[in-house]
Design a protein around this ligand. Structure first.
Ligand SMILES: [Fe+2]
Length: 480
């Protein structure tokens, strides 16, 4: 079997694994032929890809780390907020993990948007269990760790789905709401005598970073427990490799790269190292392309083949990338996400830290003015510079809404007032506009007043004044 992303899936391909709906019922069974209609529906549900059967890869088996029944049961218990049920599932999960011995987490994401939180919690539990086993924890301790992982996002059940699954950027208010979930999860279990303190602490602190930049308390690595650090890494890894309404999944090797980059800052190095032993960088059944233009499907990826897997090539031959004659061949970046742009990187950081810089668009036809505002704002905000009203409208058509627009008035072709009128119509007044201009004649000022924009700053200005004015507008907008 092999994995194909739904954007590459073709009608007539045969499914190799069942797909489940949010209630654990089979949505499409294995051995079903995909049709164009099925493919469209699965994309709509938010599945990223499917496993298919074909002659080329019939000897490649991809095993889930736990049985589908237990996975469904775990999701069900989390969905219904059944804490006792989660405890039982955690024990069964540890039993399954221990009975399998060495586990390779090869299977890629097979979940829809709707069941993200539940599927994510079970995944984090499995990954944490595997890491716990790697750290040599005993069965009882592993059950505690896995239980904490099952419960870590329970508080998300009380966050409205429109915030949880919002395709665009979250507002600051929505971010704060999201950041409350570890405390809510903790509140749900804190009075239970049958749940140990180490489970409660791990749940409360699963978003803490080792450099103290996390939340809710900003505690440093040395104050964190091993459980906290394990769940944090497992949580971020699973979030990175899953498809969300606002992002495509990262390939495991990209997620691994990210975790390594965050060692000592966000994550405990030892935990990341342990994760890299359990998670194959190139999962079995996925396609890899090589620097000589050929592509193949990963057949073996364990141990020496972790970085240099064995591939089943498209002509049916086998290619061992770890053998001496193939060492010059480079593995190209995974498909689906060919490159990481600066914006993506910034969004990843935002996701990791759980907060985001507010975005300000500055529109001015004068390069020097743009540069000056950029220098004043860049440390505190994400600043996007645009040179005309037309550019601004085009930008707004295909990007999430910014938090504020700083708009020059005196611009050729479309002046700032015309641009503001169009923006107000387009965004239905959801984005505040601050004019920044040297023009302060009564006609201009009246025209601005009529538009009822957030404010008017006259050049020349003091940097401190413009910062204060921006803070005033943003805080007022948040409240309203
Ligand atoms: Fe969380």
């Amino acid at each position: 079997m092999r994995y194909v992303s739904l954007t590459d899936a073709q009608p007539g391909m045969q499914l190799a694994k069942d797909l489940y709906d949010v209630n654990g019922r089979t949505l499409v069974g294995s051995h079903i032929m995909l049709t164009a209609n099925y493919i469209d529906k699965l994309i709509e549900y938010g599945f990223a890809g499917v496993y298919i059967v074909d002659d080329l890869t019939e000897d490649i088996e991809v095993e889930d780390a736990i049985s589908p029944q237990l996975r469904t049961e775990g999701m069900e218990k989390i969905r219904s907020g059944d804490i006792d049920g989660c405890k039982e599932v955690a024990e069964k999960l540890v039993e399954e993990i221990l009975s399998r011995g060495k586990i390779s987490l090869d299977m890629l994401d097979l979940r829809s948007y709707d069941d993200y939180t539940y599927a994510h919690s079970v995944n984090v539990a499995v990954i944490s269990g595997v890491l716990g086993m790697g750290f040599g924890l005993g069965e009882k301790e592993m059950a505690q760790l896995v239980m904490a992982a099952m419960l870590h996002d329970l508080g998300k059940l009380s966050i409205p789905p429109e915030i949880l699954n919002k395709p665009g950027r979250l507002t600051q208010k929505e971010y704060h709401r999201m950041q409350e979930h570890p405390v809510i999860s903790y509140e749900l279990i804190k009075d239970r005598f049958d749940i140990s303190a180490q489970v409660k602490v791990a749940v409360l602190f699963h978003h803490e970073n080792v450099d103290g930049s996390g939340y809710p308390n900003g505690i440093m690595g040395e104050e964190q427990t091993l459980f906290t650090k394990i769940i944090h890494v497992a949580d971020v890894y699973d979030a990175l490799v899953s498809k969300r309404p606002y992002k495509e999944p990262y390939a495991p090797c990209e997620a691994a790269e990210y975790l390594m980059g965050g060692c000592g800052i966000l994550f405990e190095r030892e935990v990341v190292t342990m994760l890299l032993q359990a998670v194959p960088l190139y999962p079995k059944g996925t396609e890899l392309c090589l620097s000589d233009g050929r592509c193949g499907i990963v057949k073996e990826n364990a141990d020496v083949h972790n970085l240099r897997p064995v591939l089943r090539m498209m002509d049916g031959s086998t290619l061992d990338l770890s053998s001496r004659e193939n060492l010059a061949l480079a593995i190209l970046p995974p498909g689906g996400k060919q490159e990481v742009s600066i914006n993506d990187e910034e969004e990843r950081r935002e996701m990791m830290h759980g907060y985001r810089k507010q975005q300000i668009i500055v529109v001015d036809d004068m390069k020097t003015n743009l540069q000056m505002l950029y220098d004043i704002l860049k440390d505190d905000y994400k600043v996007t510079l645009l040179k005309s009203g037309e550019q601004l409208l085009r930008y707004l058509e295909c990007n999430p809404r910014p938090d504020l627009i700083l708009l020059d008035i005196d611009m050729p072709q479309m002046n700032g007032i015309e641009a503001a009128e169009k923006v107000i119509e387009m965004t239905e007044k959801t984005v505040p506009i601050l004019f920044v201009s040297a023009l302060c004649d009564s006609k201009t000022v009246m025209a601005c007043r009529e538009l009822d924009v957030a404010g008017y700053i006259v050049r020349p200005y003091q940097p401190v004044y413009i910062r204060e004015e921006i803070q005033r507008v943003l805080s007022r907008w948040e409240v309203s």
